[in-house]
Design a protein around this ligand. Structure first.
Ligand SMILES: Cc1cc2nc3c(=O)[nH]c(=O)nc-3n(C[C@H](O)[C@H](O)[C@H](O)COP(=O)(O)O)c2cc1C
Length: 382
């Protein structure tokens, strides 16, 4: 039986526990650079004891940002600020991971608190919004331009180059974002992909770009470091992407070196009826884990320690990936461990508040990966 606070080893990385911080856009960057906000926001959750802290969707090209304020990793200049955040996370005994993303037809839109729909160029938006097909997400969203074959290959290369930069910044996990109606999900789903070339039509064609990206990222990412993929396991709508296709995709991504599928859902059509409730997406993590025989993360409305523990003990997933509850309480893992009566290390500065017998935090053990990372600089030529 696996418990919430059991370590999880994937390749050469051992996560101290199975509480992972879900990627969350912070809309707090200028020109893609990490800011003090990222340092404190991500750092706090590492202090709180999560085993893995994932960054928000981080754009691999500037036109792949959801909003002008998104985090980015499309140029080497971004590395230094990110490296500062990474160092702090690792000092706290947590592992730093980066979610790599391209927003596709949902790019150049407002931060949720700033407006709705397309940001005009006068406010920092851009016209170069791309997608598999010229189909807009909804009223008020940009009409995307259909990506050419060359454009697709440039996206694949951009993911690989971004992984190489993430590696230089010190990240030890990459998560490819293929969920929530962003570019890669748009390719997967027949609702947004109407292409008639090698990237549209059949299941094999619709999944091709994601398979190419996973292969390219794996090629520019150290052998010993984990690679995750986040998918929307279903579009929640007849005729769309569904769980059976997700299982088959997971099998194929595993063959290409993916270690864990982060099982989310929805986001590709505005009118889907999503039965939101406690743990409403956990069923997908369970089915993909069982049928594709790959590690999975459960995400969505996981809020209580007992609920999280139940998901693991019953073998529905290998980790719980938590978003909003970790905004409400960045120290949720410390609290959960107390409630479940399981030992967890505390920052040495806070030990006087810890349950009796608690150990002091030690930096995460990155084993022999340092030298492995130093050797890894090649960006695959295309
Ligand atoms: C503020 C906020 C920002 C988010 N940004 C991202 C993101 O950058 N990438 C992503 O895959 N999901 C993003 N999500 C979705 C979450 O990662 C998570 O899948 C979702 O909130 C459900 O989990 P929860 O019920 O624990 O919040 C975001 C959610 C929130 C609340």
């Amino acid at each position: 039986m696996t418990h919430l606070f059991d370590p999880l080893a994937i390749r050469d990385i051992t996560f101290a526990n199975r509480v992972f911080v879900s990627p969350m856009c912070e809309y707090s960057s200028t020109d893609g650079f990490a800011s003090d906000w990222h340092f404190v926001h991500l750092g706090s959750r590492a202090v709180g004891g999560a085993g893995l802290v994932l960054t928000e969707a981080t754009a691999v090209v500037p036109e792949g940002r959801i909003s002008p304020q998104d985090l980015g990793i499309w140029k080497d200049d971004h590395i230094e600020q990110l490296a500062r955040v990474v160092r702090f996370i690792h000092e706290q005994g947590s592992v730093a991971g980066m979610q790599l993303a391209h927003a596709g037809r949902k790019a150049s839109t407002y931060a949720p608190w700033a407006g709705h729909g397309t940001v005009p160029e006068s406010e920092g938006g851009w016209k170069n919004v791309v997608a598999p097909s010229a189909v807009a997400f909804a009223d008020g969203y940009p009409m995307p331009r259909e990506l050419s074959i060359e454009g697709i290959q440039n996206v694949v290369s951009a993911f690989a180059a971004a992984a190489r930069r993430a590696c230089e910044a010190g990240f030890r996990v990459i998560e490819v974002h293929a969920a929530h109606g962003y570019l890669l999900h748009e390719f997967l789903s027949p609702l947004s992909n109407q292409r008639t070339d090698a990237y549209g039509g059949s299941f094999e064609n619709r999944t091709r770009i994601l398979r190419e990206i996973v292969a390219a990222v794996r090629g520019s990412w150290p052998e010993g470091a984990p690679l995750f993929v986040r998918i929307s396991a279903t579009d929640w709508i007849e005729g769309g992407w569904d769980i059976q296709q997700s299982v088959e995709l997971a099998r194929q991504l595993k063959e290409l070196g993916t270690d864990l599928i982060d099982c989310s859902s929805g986001g590709n059509v505005p009118h889907a009826k999503v039965p939101v409730g406690a743990g409403y997406q956990t069923q997908f993590a369970e089915q993909i884990r069982r049928e594709a025989e790959i590690l999975t993360g459960a995400v969505g409305m996981i809020t209580s320690p007992v609920q999280a523990e139940h998901i693991l003990v019953t073998g529905q997933a290998d980790a719980v990936i938590i978003a909003r509850e970790l905004l409400r309480d960045p120290y949720w893992p410390l609290r959960a461990a107390r409630e479940l009566g399981q030992p967890i290390s505390w920052p040495v500065q806070y030990l006087r508040a810890a349950p009796e017998g608690s150990q002091a935090r030690v930096p995460v053990d990155l084993k022999n990966l340092e030298s492995c990372f130093e050797e890894q600089h090649a960006i695959p030529e295309r």
